[in-house]
Ligand binder design. Structure first.
Ligand code: PAF
Length: 288
């Protein structure tokens, strides 16, 4: 596996990989890779002859009081994991390569980023949409793969690709891959590394409480009390803040208060210690 950190080197390496008509898949990441990321790579390998992974801790998607400095950067370890998966190319640009002096553009994807993480982390999705658009234009992949753990992010990226008529990848070649979970149900995340053993044990209450709320709502109960109980359960387990716990139209990310005639997901973001965890799960229509 080749690692490149300059755009001119990336372009040459991508041209080499494409030789003979090989199709290219891109897996954008911020590194600190775990089984969730490696699952994206494996899915990418099923579709494309060549796989490029990017690792870039994107400063523009972090708020002023967020964990940009603390975000784990473990390039050597990540390289070993990607090598073992048979990844062809690692694109690991520096901040100045991605955002050269004078950089002045930003992509803002409105409706879909209005609520949930968009509200809790102002500017976050502008940073995501801008860097992902740049990554797409830099690599020009046939396919791109993202984890469904960041459900709203995936919706923002798809909307951006449709709205801006991106050709590489085509919007329909942007794939979401189901969340990979630890044995106790906690969604895998690079941020799980921040958790102390006690916080890690308590964090498993997040998916459990979500499943319980979903069972109540799918059983026909109205959503509000089920979501109140979910927040209370998280508080009792040691989460000191719930940024949001709500139902959303799975495609538009508009908040909804019931499941009726369209796919709906439960989305939650909650903080334990200094760590913010997010998760989401689908709901089936209630039995009538
Ligand atoms: O999900 C992530 O790791 C990041 O938000 C992404 C998509 C790589 C953009 O920086």
């Amino acid at each position: 596996m080749q690692t490149v950190s300059r755009l001119d080197m990336l372009r040459t390496a991508v041209a080499d990989l494409r030789r003979g008509g090989a199709r290219l898949a891109l897996v954008p990441t911020m590194g600190a890779l775990h089984e969730g990321h490696l699952t994206l790579v494996r899915e990418a390998k099923k579709r494309a002859e060549r796989v490029v992974v990017s690792i870039f801790v994107n400063p523009t998607q972090f708020g002023p009081n967020e964990d940009l400095d603390a975000y784990p950067r473990v390039l050597d370890e990540d390289q070993r994991l990607l090598e073992a998966e048979g990844v062809d190319l690692l694109w690991a640009p520096t901040v100045s390569e991605m955002y050269p002096e004078g950089f002045a553009s930003s992509i803002s994807v409105r409706a879909v980023s209005m609520h949930f993480c968009g509200e809790a982390r102002p500017g976050h999705f502008d940073g995501v949409a801008t860097v992902v658009c740049k990554l797409f234009n830099q690599v020009l992949p046939d396919f791109a793969f993202f984890g469904e753990k960041d459900w709203q992010q995936l919706a923002v990226i798809r909307q951006m690709a449709r709205d801006l008529n991106l050709g590489a990848p085509q919007p329909e070649a942007i794939f979401g891959v189901p969340t990979v979970r630890e044995a106790d149900g906690l969604a895998m995340s690079s941020r799980n590394r921040y958790l102390t053993p006690e916080q890690r044990a308590a964090a498993a209450s997040l998916p459990r409480a979500m499943r319980h709320a979903i069972a109540r709502i799918e059983g026909g109960e109205i959503a509000a009390p089920a979501l109140d109980e979910l927040k209370h359960t998280l508080g009792a387990a040691g989460f000191h803040q719930v940024d949001y716990a709500g139902l959303a139209d799975a495609a538009s990310l508009a908040p909804v208060d019931q499941v009726a005639g369209r796919p709906v997901r439960l989305l939650v973001a909650a903080r334990i210690g200094g760590t913010r965890l997010i998760d989401n799960m689908p709901l089936a229509a209630p039995q009538s």
